[in-house]
Design a binder for this molecule. Structure first.
Ligand code: GDP
Ligand code: IMO
Ligand code: MG
Length: 423
């Protein structure tokens, strides 16, 4: 049995797409378990770059079956656009993509409410994809699911009931124009015709496949510190990117998981608002952004950049139960004479024993840094651990010690070939 959960270990954009692509060479099924088109997972193959938002990154390996679990929130138009783009690039989707009956649909009012809420005070800095409002409706038991697309009457009734409430809210609270109910009903009835063939009983499919000896890779979106429970609330996403979310979001029970893989960027980035203790708001931060091409794969926003935070990753290892780690973007640090690593936080003159997720404390902490000498050598062509300069090995050993990780994969560039396993 080989059921692996792959999680982002920081604030997202750690390079999950690239590592899913690498690991899925030897995997039968890749399943997404949460989030939606807020994700942007990049895979570079030769001179082609693919950015996947909803469809698992395993779609780029022709023998892999891809599954979108119940925990994902699906924007039908984003999904259809993604399918079209893949097909234009001669990547077969039919017969290789399955979507859970129980996944919730992003509706036009979710995107609108996301943008209205972000135009007020207390901005989160969301991706504007309607994610939060869709999960609100899911938990308020008002959501519209993939299964509802199959019954025209049910779909119509649910859209009418939701629109009655949402239009009231738009008009009375936000002084906004009402949305056109009939147009939305028509739009979503059209989606049924195109999505019908992908719908499946995902928990049965996945559990039977595991029983038959198939291997499954569960692809998390976002990262542990964006988890609605374990992240830097309220500056989080509205789902559970941590490994526990993989069970809830697919129907695979915890005792079938064999290993948990964490993707860790060799430094730290974050998009959107919220505390970021090791953030560099100076020239060095700008240098990290430029060298690492740190611009959002979904929104194009510049990512906030800072030094590696071993205290944060150690917390992430704990809440996810991470067994092995892929270190990505190590090549980006080749540009620096000195590299700092945060090993702990100080608050009111005392060093903290555990990572504080309470944002008020997190805004006030002072990172404790150790400075390591940079290797100042191009490592992007290294093919094995032994090819790395001694100073790079020292840096990795330092991360292993302070973040409590076991490194299994090292990534030294965006391409498939710029990756090696550590024995
Ligand atoms: P994800 O959301 O975790 O899949 O990550 P993103 O795709 O949003 O961001 C990662 C970015 O870094 C993408 O542009 C990747 O092509 C790129 N990338 C991944 N691994 C490496 C690496 O080892 N070195 C460099 N220089 N770029 C990388
Ligand atoms: P991948 O899967 C990085 C961030 C947003 C914002 C917060 C809430 O590519 O790593 P949302 O739209 O989810 O309500 O926004 O979460 N965010 C991400 N940051 N990578 C992502 O996905 C993200 N998805 C959401 O920037 O701060
Ligand atoms: Mg991303």
């Amino acid at each position: 049995m080989n059921v692996t959960v792959l999680v982002g270990s920081q604030w997202g954009d750690e390079g999950k797409g690239k590592i899913v692509d690498i690991l899925s060479e030897n995997v039968d099924i890749v399943a997404r378990y949460q989030g939606g088109a807020n994700a942007g997972h990049t895979v570079e193959i030769g001179d082609k770059q693919f950015i996947l938002h909803l469809i698992p990154s395993g779609i780029l390996r022709e023998n892999v079956i891809c599954v979108i679990g119940n925990g994902v929130v699906i924007d039908p138009s984003a999904l259809l656009q993604e399918i079209e783009l893949l097909e234009k690039n001669n990547i077969k989707v039919d017969g290789r993509l399955f979507i859970s009956h129980n996944a919730h649909l992003i509706m036009p009012y979710h995107k609108l409410l996301d943008s209205i809420s972000e135009s007020g005070e207390n901005k989160i800095g969301t991706t504007g994809r309607g994610i939060g409002p869709c999960y609100i409706d899911k938990y308020a038991r008002k959501g519209i699911r993939i299964v509802d697309l199959l019954n025209r009457t049910v779909l119509e009734e649910k859209i009418r009931a939701n629109l009655k409430e949402k239009n009231n809210l738009l008009k009375k609270v936000y002084d906004h124009d009402e949305l056109d109910v009939e147009a939305i009903i028509k739009e979503y009835q059209e989606f049924d015709k195109r999505i019908d063939k992908y719908i499946k009983d995902v928990p049965s499919y996945l559990n039977n496949a595991i029983s038959e000896g198939k291997s499954v890779l569960m692809e998390g979106a976002q990262g542990a510190l964006l988890d609605v429970d374990h992240g830097t609330y309220p500056y989080v996403t509205s789902s559970s990117p941590t490994s526990g979310g993989a069970c809830i979001g697919t129907g695979i029970p915890p005792n079938r998981i064999t290993q948990i893989f964490g993707i860790v960027k060799a430094y730290t980035t974050r998009v959107g608002n919220g505390p970021f203790p090791t953030e560099l708001v100076d020239e060095e931060g700008e240098k990290l952004r430029k060298t690492g091409a740190e611009y959002g794969a979904t929104t194009g926003r510049p990512r906030r950049c800072g030094w590696f935070d071993a205290f944060l990753v150690k917390y992430s290892v704990m809440i996810n139960g991470i067994d092995y780690v892929a270190i990505t973007k190590l090549d980006v640090l080749s540009a620096f004479d000195e590299i700092k690593v945060c090993t702990g936080y100080e608050l009111n003159g005392k060093s903290l024993k555990s990572f504080p997720t309470d944002v008020n404390r997190l805004y006030s902490v002072k990172p404790i840094y150790e400075t390591l000498t940079g290797w100042k050598t191009d490592i992007s062509k290294c093919k094995s651990y032994s090819d790395l300069p001694e100073k790079t090995k020292n840096y990795l050993a330092f991360l292993v010690k302070h973040a409590g990780i076991k490194i299994n994969i090292v990534s030294v560039g965006p391409k498939r070939t710029q990756t090696f396993f550590v024995q």
